[in-house]
Design a protein around this ligand. Sequence first.
Ligand SMILES: [Zn+2]
Ligand SMILES: [Zn+2]
Length: 254
Amino acid sequence: MRDNPISMQVTFLGTNGWYDTVTGTTCSVLVQSEEYDIIFDAGNGIAKADRYITQQKPVFLFISHLHIDHIAGLHTLVKFRFNKGLCLCTQKGSVTDLMAFVREPYTIPFSDLPYKVEIIELAEGRHMMPFAVECLTLVHPVPCFGYRLEIDRKVITYCTDTGVCDNAIVLGRDADLLITDCGLKPGDVSPGWPHLNPENAIHIARQAHAKRLALMHFGAEVYGTLGERRELQQRYEKEWPDLIVATDDLAITL
Ligand SMILES: [Zn+2]
Ligand SMILES: [Zn+2]
């Protein structure tokens, strides 16, 4: 373990919920640690990963759930040349459905990609990947994992898509960066298809004592312009100073 904290880059490759629009592409977040490139979700934003990574480090891809906006970019994996291979992690019981999507005639199967791919099913709990990852189920119409990544003495939590739940708070505890869903506009609720509004996200971040909060997964039909996203920063300045309202290709250093 090093004495000096290593700086880490987090790049929001895709920040839209459900489909691509002029505001951006669907969900994907890149975390560049010293030894690994780690990606949360494979929405269409994942196709931009090679703008940022050298492809010389092992790549880990954590899938939250199988809604299309989180896996639609998997067909672009064929363009990459991950020299140290790809380890794809998805929740226990989801591999059969994932394989049904990533196969002929829709796209090229994992086994035919031009690099080594390992697929791992994760149960709820804590795992050594070799870095520590904790995954817990969130509140969503289909099984969905939130992830807590502990690496290079930093904690990054990724919780989308979800309603307010204890597991999001548990995963976000003392996180250096908590990334949440912001599918809804201020004050809006959607009990039948849980997502967060900005107040919900701030509530979770406060309960978790997260250091920084980033909002993404802005519903494509809800936030029609980037201006509507930016308004959130001003509106919640008092409740959460330095709120990060993510847009595609925004990069932050931890
Ligand atoms: Zn989604
Ligand atoms: Zn979803």
